[in-house]
Design a protein around this ligand. Sequence first.
Ligand SMILES: [Zn+2]
Length: 254
Amino acid sequence: MQGIVLSRRDFKEVDQVVTIYTKEKGKRELLARGVKKIVSKNAAHLEPFSIIHFETAAGKAIDYLTSVQPISTFVNIRSQANSTIAASRAVHLVNTLVQVEEPDTRIFDLLRSCLRYLNETSFQKVLLDGFALKFFDLLGFTPVLNYCVVCDKSAHDILAADLAQPEKENFQPGLYFMGGGLVCQDCRKKKVATGESIVVCDLKEVSNMELLLHGTWHVIASHTMEAREQAKLHHLIFEFAQYHSEKKLINWAA
Ligand SMILES: [Zn+2]
């Protein structure tokens, strides 16, 4: 079976429990016996974000790994600190939000393609935001970005209203997490007046989110943004992700 190593933790003196995301069975926790011994052949292959081929045997409480062969250890990622952190954050995010044995081949493919791209190129911050947004899309949390989720006004009309309003104070669209996406200027005003929380955003950020959601890794990496624009985009995506997560997330840009 093929899988991506998500994490490993010590278990007893020389064993470890290794969490692996497999294409066929989703997330699995397996016991790696004796892996902490210096002579263990498997130890090096079981580093997080390596892709391995492995075999298992049934155990009483937990199945255990009987053989491990590396398919890709992503040496280029491991040679760059930024890329190593990014890859670790990506597998950590999957590990945090995915339950054991709930297979989704799309999640496997997304994670593998992201790791391959990171391995072939130099690190760019925006890739992780793209990964997070695509991952949440697969989990069923896809932000509505082309119309107001309250009154159905199109993004085009929201943009027109934005351009027609020179005084922008208090007249900006927003992202309404509870409602599932974009809200127009008028609806944001009404919602804020009733005490609901809406993150202000502009249509530039909305189109950046569209690009992250639908673009290939290459398209995302080639998209130039100013540092401030990128920071705002990250903030928006992180808040969106945190809102839809029951667990507290580690900020992948930190
Ligand atoms: Zn509206």
